[in-house]
Design a protein around this ligand. Structure first.
Ligand code: GLC
Length: 433
């Protein structure tokens, strides 16, 4: 266990990082590598900020939602200020928005965060929360309309970056159908800042840019994207996070007397509840990625598979399968939860989403485990997360094998997850509503 003195030092350091990454109303994930507002980073970071500054935590969400598109989408990056040389920047995305944004979204954790803040912070939040709930309702409706126009009950992503798990091996097969012949040459910025061995490969990046080009060419028209985007994939993390967000939105709408929102969110939730089963794989005994364009399942498990427990109530047999696989993975590596199956040939413990552990995914998995009564497993994950941070600092992610830190340093959501959840000083407070 981490001693009280180290705990106090890490608590201070985490607050210092969040304050240093604060850009007046929003927090950058880390300086240099990610110098703008990122969607789910910002929402999850608000949980950490709330441990010392309630007003500033609310601002984080308000600022993010203020960049919502007219069609309801809340973008994955908001370019609030100019940053020389960032790639791919506003010129590549050409979203036509003010402020400029990317053209895609990210996992909608914001409603869940708003519920956490509203239930844990003192005061009457009605005036502040009501406009947020209207914005969240529009965003969730956008998911239903734009990303599941056929009403099958799972939402699709049109770019790996939409999942927030950028270079997961799950995308390799769906990306192989994306034509990269018109991408041309470009200069990546990420590999100038971070060790190349930890980042996606150039081959992957060509495919990412081809999809950005596709979106730009159709001016991010959701109908064209749904009908013809070569990458159209349903994956368990995005769908589980959206289910959770809809449940939290229903609860908030009832609490703040917005029955129309509660009604719409309940209907969307029912559709997602039925659809999620399409991602179950008997072979893998877990939830997996489904390439909707080619109706092809990837029978490999990822950290996203465990989020079914966070998304909603799980049946006993499937829950048991999750617990035993989790323990089987734990025996293979030293720190849970790896982003990809450590038994698989594609596992790479330090290359971005092909193996490493992320603190905020761990928080979500642990939350789902605790809600299913597995406080022991939730605690194991919290302890592993704390041990990683104590060993390697507030890095972007960590090797599940060695505990070594990777990617960016002084990372906001790692600091936030420490303050809100993994630090020994946070433990008694982390009961979800
Ligand atoms: C990477 C991650 C994504 C995150 C962003 C900023 O792109 O894959 O999930 O939002 O970095 O931290």
């Amino acid at each position: 266990m981490i001693d009280p003195e180290t705990t106090a030092q890490l608590d201070d350091e985490a607050r210092h990082i969040l304050r240093a990454n604060d850009k007046e109303g929003y927090t950058v994930p880390t300086k240099g590598l990610y110098p703008f507002q990122w969607n789910w980073d910002s929402a999850l970071t608000a949980l950490g900020i709330a441990t010392y500054d309630a007003n500033r935590a609310w601002q984080e969400i308000e600022k993010l939602l203020s960049a919502q598109w007219d069609n309801g989408m809340v973008p994955h990056i908001v370019f609030w200020q100019h940053e020389e040389g960032y790639f791919p920047g506003p010129g590549e995305w050409q979203s036509g928005q003010t402020p400029p944004t990317s053209g895609i979204t990210q996992p909608p954790v914001a409603a869940t965060v708003v519920r956490q803040l509203a239930s844990s912070l003192p005061g009457d939040h009605g005036a502040r929360v009501t406009p947020m709930l209207h914005a969240l309702d529009r965003w969730h409706q956008w998911f239903a309309d734009a990303r599941d126009p056929d009403g099958r009950g799972v939402v699709a992503i049109m770019h790996p970056w939409e999942s927030g798990r950028d270079n997961l091996p799950d995308w390799d097969e769906p990306l192989s159908h994306v034509d990269t012949s018109t991408v041309g040459t470009f200069l990546r910025r990420d590999t100038q800042i971070v060790n190349e061995a930890e980042r996606p490969q150039n081959h992957d990046y060509d495919h990412y840019m081809a999809l950005v080009q596709f979106g730009r060419n159709c001016q991010w028209d959701v109908k064209t994207i749904a009908e013809t985007c070569p990458f159209w994939v349903a994956e368990p993390a995005m769908n589980a996070i959206l289910r959770r967000a809809e449940r939290d939105l229903v609860a908030l709408a009832l609490q703040f007397n917005l029955p129309e929102i509660a009604r719409r969110a309940t209907a969307r939730l029912a559709r997602l509840g039925q659809g999620f089963n399409q991602l179950w794989s008997d072979d893998a005994q877990g939830y997996v990625t489904l390439n909707l364009r080619h109706d092809k399942k990837d029978n490999r498990l990822t950290s996203g598979s465990w989020l079914s427990l966070y998304g909603g109530p799980e049946n006993d047999n499937r829950a048991k399968a999750h617990y035993s696989t989790l323990m089987e993975w734990r025996r293979k590596i030293s720190f849970t939860v790896p982003s990809f199956d450590p038994n698989d040939a594609a596992f790479d413990d330090i290359r971005y989403w092909r193996g490493p552990v992320w603190a905020m995914i761990n928080w979500m998995i642990a939350t789902g485990l605790a809600e299913h009564g597995r406080h022991d497993l939730a605690e194991m994950i919290a302890n592993d997360t704390a041990a990683l941070i104590a060993k390697s600092g507030f890095r972007e992610y960590f090797s599940p094998v060695t505990g070594q830190g990777g990617g960016g340093k002084d990372f906001s959501w790692t600091a936030a997850m420490w303050l809100y959840w993994a630090s020994p000083t946070a433990r008694p407070k982390t009961e979800t509503p």
